[in-house]
Write a protein that binds this ligand. Sequence first.
Ligand SMILES: [Mg+2]
Length: 196
Amino acid sequence: MRIIGIDLDEVLAEFLEGMCVFHNERFGTALSKSDFFTYEFWKVWNCTKDEHIKRVHMFQETDLFRNLRVCEGAAGGINALKDDGFELFVITSRHKATERQTREWVQQNFPGAFKDVLFSNNFSLDNSSSLRKSELCKLVGASVLLEDQLGYAEDCAEKNIQVILFDKPWNKRDLDGVKRVFSWDEAAKEIKKMRF
Ligand SMILES: [Mg+2]
């Protein structure tokens, strides 16, 4: 079976877009997606890492979070991969406290498309244990990961998982074994060229 892991935020869901709306309303900022030169939000918000975790958790309790927009091209891309017979898993770094909302969002926006949703449980408030994305890929037998974060891309590439990285302002460094793409169309084409 040809199995693919697919990241959620910024690959399927416009997390940062919703987060900016929340943060601007709640904290009086005037930020937009293009202000995020890094995905380490505390560096953009000028706050501590702990404060950033609190703010993200606050956002994750809102309707904005439950209704994130689907990334451009993602619906077509996922359909193309399904039609080609791939088995798909969502592999997200989200913490477990978001599990219900996350599963509902995936089911609502991509009904029946994914075999399961796996959580690496990063940035939890209770400091519960987390897993690496490479471990989650191995767990389900995924040999490819679609991702936007360099850290997760690097972790998987080192474990011989092929990585397709969606180009974003926060991931401008090139890595060995990581293929950069600029759209979902391009991602689907690259996957077809890959050996499984
Ligand atoms: Mg992401």
